[in-house]
Design a protein around this ligand. Sequence first.
Ligand code: 2NL
Length: 348
Amino acid sequence: MDLREKLEEIKQKSLKNIQKAQDPNTINDIRVELLGKKGAITEVLRGMRDLTPEERPKVGSFANSIRDELNQAISKRNEMLEIDRTAKKLEKETIDVTLPGVPVNAGQPHILMQVIDKIEKLFLGMGYEIVDGPEVEEDHYNFEMLNLPKDHPARDMQDTFYITQQILMRTQTSPVQARTMEVHDFSKGPLKMISPGKVYRRDTDDATHSHQFHQVEGLVIDKHITMADLKGTLELVAKTLFGKEREIRMRPSYFPFTEPSAEVDVSCFKCGGEGCAVCKQSGWIEVLGAGMVHPNVLKMAGIDADIYGGFAFGLGPDRFAMLKYGVDDIREFYLNDIRFLRQFSQKG
Ligand code: 2NL
């Protein structure tokens, strides 16, 4: 068999193999077998040594044309396989848009956080700062600086989780205000802050008591702050949380850290003031405590009580949420029963 016939045979066999190949690796093997250093065509070309000088270029160019043809066949086959692969992949990735959707299990902020968020937004809008502080507190900041000296009877009013004689779980968030008052630079402007957070009382848990609950306290200190400022501010709180028709009223009360002090009622959001079960027929619901900051509290924070004065208030997000949503057991907020929590979905 002369070299031409050999080449022709290699070509026919290879074209068949190329057409049969199903993947790039097989094709590459074929290419190496044909055109590699030890490939069939290379082998044939080696045999050209024995040809006459006239024959050599002719066989050479024939071999080249076959090599080109096979290279082309290989490229073509590779392209075809690629197109095939893409088509199969697209088919597999087809989305059936008529299939029903899979529900996304989205969570939502805890109802107490929803209430706190609403309060924070309101006060941020009025230029207040939101300040955090430690939940494990010093007696000094939790009591002493709030006009509750060691022997003060009001200290017994709330049973406290003591860690040592000086360290305790804060019973209010007022220690955050005390810490802030101490360092506030009044040459930069008034102090306007709220301090939301967890507080602790040494109580036995029941439907209306939890050893851990939430509080948001507010504090404004500047020159010329009056009780009218306090009332206007609290009216906004009542309207924001219980509806824009709400009114408030203030009754005299007592707190060691404010003088005068007041308990604040909101007109009933259920009956509008007519009297119903929610407001126990009174038309009013007690929602917070407030007052004008006691001069002793200012003095202990290093503030000149002859120049500066202010108001403060404290409210309980737990109580707010219980009232507004008719939750009759404070423990619900801390059990984390998903069926309870999901009732306060913000969707729709
Ligand atoms: C309530 C009402 C209140 C304050 C908290 C306060 C804080 C500073 C100075 C003066 Cl630093 N007052 N906080 C004032 C009045 C009431 O809480 O019902 N608490 C259980």
